[in-house]
Design a protein around this ligand. Sequence first.
Ligand SMILES: O=C(O)CCC(=O)C(=O)O
Ligand SMILES: [Fe+2]
Length: 345
Amino acid sequence: MSEGGGPPPAVRHRKKSAGDGGPRQNRKSKFSSGAGTGGSSPSVAQQHQMWARVVLMVAIAAIVYFTTFRTREKKFATQREVLELRSQPLDCSRAYLEEISKFAGCIPAQCGRFVSDKIVSTAEAGILLDLARAGFEHGQSSGGASILDLHSGALSQGTQFVNIYRLPEARRVFTTQHINVYRHVKEKVRQAVADHFRLSVDGLHLTHPTFFSRLTNGTAKTIHDEYWHPHVDKETYSSFHYTTLLYLTDYGKDFTGGRFVFIDSEGKHNRTNVYIEPRRARVSGFTSGAENMHHVEQVTGGIRFAITISFTCDPEHAMGDPKMTLEQDDGENGGVPDDINQTVP
Ligand SMILES: O=C(O)CCC(=O)C(=O)O
Ligand SMILES: [Fe+2]
């Protein structure tokens, strides 16, 4: 019974002796250069053992490294999806919470982010794309990032900015339809932010800078062209409390690269990149604190158009609808605000 129950002792013995030079000794001697190689067999076995240890140690080091310094990738919204609403609640960063607590009615039920393809129609986005193209015909950065701010009139030109409302050739560049759609869309987005974060819409104001962006893979000429740096909006633009983005062109069709990426850090070494692939008429919204650190990937081909529509809870930083004329030119700098340098992160 005892013999039949387990593996035969001989088999067990052979397995155990596999590393002790027994059967291997013979196999090895076939490849040895000279006769009488019996004496070198133990050292070959030792070498094997040593290599096994090295391989094991490297494997352990790799496992430790990849579990300690890990970057995970998550897709929050792909270009192909048509989303009613996708959201992710987050804890507010301490500084954000401290500041927003001063504005009753404007404190989010919870910090976080959302994406929806149902707030703005593709027809509206098409008209805004037309507006953007018409505006950028009168000025573009010589690097990869151009902006057009309808409120101040700031428009990239070469390595600088001009006021589009001062350009005679741009007099009638925007149509009544452009203007009406811009205002209407901005209101819908404002309402969506108020609904999502459960705010009183009256306490939520449009703020500066709110602008169109046109991104390409052109070589950066100034710091304003370097749109890909990770940042926190509240730190880049102090008046921001809620950031929204409206995409006017499609990732993978109109341009490549250029995904929006939230960078979620868990501890010192672990991070998760959360991707939003731009889609025409897609709106994303998020609280502007450190809980929503983000960046835009470099565009590798084509042209990416988007609008950054920003909101503040602070009435002192509130901004009205754009007048789209030179009337609003009240600055020494031809209406281009002094802090234009903040317009592009
Ligand atoms: O265009 C985007 O997707 C993001 C732009 C951005 O991060 C910003 O305007 O602060
Ligand atoms: Fe940003």
